[in-house]
Design a protein around this ligand. Sequence first.
Ligand code: SF4
Length: 180
Amino acid sequence: MLNYEELIHKAKDCGFTEAGPLDVGTLEFLPEVRDMCAADRCHAYGKNWACPPACGTLDDMREKVKGYHRGILVQTVGQLEDNMDWENMQKAADDQTKNFECLWTELEKDYPQLLAMGAGTCTKCAQCTYLEGKPCRFPKRLMHSMEACGLFVSKVCTDNHLKYNYGPNTVAYTGCFLLE
Ligand code: SF4
């Protein structure tokens, strides 16, 4: 049984703004979300082990998560001066990556089999090895993208009673860890 008070405390210590319980049973792997990857608006499609097509099919993802029941959702919320404040948007994204790495290091001590899904593609390496045709450098630290897995992130948040939108002039990045 997960101790959510302790887990949320660890998440906040790593810098996350919000965190809350995740019921893995609420995760729906939707082809319409995966289809958005093929439009390649984030320029990661076909360029990273964590993104389609390399990350596998939605059925592969369903298979991966079927042994998990509980996890934690984590969010970094950034404050913007206006909706063109790219500098603070990037800062919030960078903070999310840093916070995610910190919590991952903490959680894997107790949950070595955890499955991590983050906001956007895996950025652990300056250049992913996928395009070089070489194996992932850090397969145990490969961070799947929630969207690439077919997850509609706002719905995951709503279904798990965590806010997704923090109002005007904010940006929120969401990730999750499946623990047991
Ligand atoms: S860890 Fe490096 S090689 Fe592996 S998916 Fe991430 S960026 Fe690519």
